[in-house]
Design a protein around this ligand. Structure first.
Ligand SMILES: NC(=O)c1ccc[n+]([C@@H]2O[C@H](COP(=O)([O-])OP(=O)(O)OC[C@H]3O[C@@H](n4cnc5c(N)ncnc54)[C@H](OP(=O)(O)O)[C@@H]3O)[C@@H](O)[C@H]2O)c1
Length: 349
């Protein structure tokens, strides 16, 4: 490889306060990048990107306001960052060698980059049988969120009734399987009949329903939870959260992982939840959480999850889209429900 590369990268051209981001908001451009040794500062690495994680939180970074998820915003013209699997091309840090595969917590959405080694979360050992895409799924942001929601905040007991929305997505597939490992009865909601079959057949859910064909969420929850809900991991918010509050048991827990049904609306257009009063009498604990506040638990999570993956107790699924040019389409697939499992963009092999 020469010292100068033509590097494609996705950057923010305009903020997108509502609706789904388009090519007016996120654009792909080609820039020249020097990978020459004297262009790499000490304690930095020149890397090529193999895989990029496509996550709903990215939507919140380009609204132009921190309201809602309170995520800091990318600047206009700034290149997006996300979790990434990268390979070292040149190293100015003795801890890392050329050819090392690394998990980068601030991976530029670009083919090549020069990164401070402080952004590296871990080295990836390919000899353990875990696929590279799973480092962005079950062992990445969504797996960690699922683990926090079930193991730390939801903490269901064996036999508890657990409900998980967006059950076939990256968080949902891991959360359902973690709750099954705990011996719970687990029901999921998702956006198509095929996905309902998938969560039962591949992810081990006891049952599930298609929220697009159930016109009455209250009636659906009565049917699937005759004994009420003990833990609800909320990924969607809105009308589903409201319906759940009519079915909670005493001391139910509701970890609020995300509210994807509300992300593309300005706050005055979002659904209100009218029955919060049910939380009082049932002494329900509803708690929002962000993975960044639990980084001290990341090591415990990795130990658990690597074990489950190697033992085959958690069976992940990824949707791998090829080519950096597919990044915008991949992000939008999360909102059109055309994704399944963890969405990843493969930039290089
Ligand atoms: N708190 C944290 O630190 C943290 C970390 C990671 C993720 N999260 C949150 O966790 C949730 C799931 O994330 P993920 O990574 O699993 O996403 P994902 O794999 O990309 O899946 C998101 C899924 O949400 C469903 N969905 C989309 N629009 C919807 C709508 N209007 N109503 C209901 N469902 C809709 C779609 O599946 P269907 O076919 O089921 O519609 C889609 O597959 C998101 O809310 C995300 O923001 C939070």
């Amino acid at each position: 490889m020469g010292d100068l590369v033509e590097n494609r990268e996705w950057y923010v051209a305009a903020y997108c306060p509502e609706g789904v981001p388009t090519s007016d908001h996120l654009k792909l451009r080609t820039v020249s990048l020097s990978l020459a040794s004297d262009s790499i500062p000490d304690n930095h690495l020149a890397v090529e990107t193999l895989l990029l994680s496509v996550d709903p939180f990215l939507r919140g970074t380009i609204t132009g306001t921190v309201e809602g998820l309170f995520i800091s915003q990318f600047q206009l013209d700034q290149v997006l960052t996300t979790f990434a699997v990268v390979r070292v091309i040149r190293s100015k840090d003795s801890k890392y060698s050329v050819g090392d595969l690394l998990l980068n917590g601030y991976g530029l959405v670009a083919e090549y980059s020069i990164v401070p080694s402080s952004h590296i979360i871990r080295k990836i050992d390919t000899s353990n049988g875990i696929s590279l895409s799973d480092y962005l799924g079950s062992l990445g942001v969504p797996g960690f969120a699922a683990w926090l929601g079930i193991e730390v905040l939801g903490d269901p007991k064996p036999g508890s009734n657990v409900f998980i929305s967006a059950a076939s997505g990256a968080v949902g597939m891991n959360a359902g399987q973690l709750a099954k490992i705990r011996g719970c009865r687990v029901i999921g909601s998702t956006g198509s009949d095929d996905k309902v079959n998938l969560i039962k057949e591949q992810f081990g859910y006891d049952d599930g329903f298609n929220y697009n064909t159930e016109s009455d969420f209250d009636a659906a929850l009565s049917k699937y939870f005759p004994d009420g809900i003990d833990v609800y991991l909320d990924n969607v918010g809105g009308k589903m959260l409201e319906a759940v509050l009519n079915h909670v048991n005493m001391n139910a827990r509701i970890p609020l992982c995300g509210m994807i049904s509300q992300y593309n609306k300005v706050w005055t257009e979002r659904d209100g939840v009218r029955n919060l009063l049910n939380m009082v009498g049932k002494e329900v604990r509803m708690e929002g959480f962000m993975i960044k506040s639990y980084l001290h638990r990341f090591g415990d999570f990795v130990k658990d999850m690597e074990g489950y993956l190697q033992e085959g107790k958690i069976k992940p699924k990824s949707k791998i889209n090829i080519g950096i040019e597919s990044f915008l389409e991949s992000l939008n697939s999360i909102f059109s429900s055309s994704n399944i499992g963890k969405v990843v963009v493969q930039v290089k092999t």
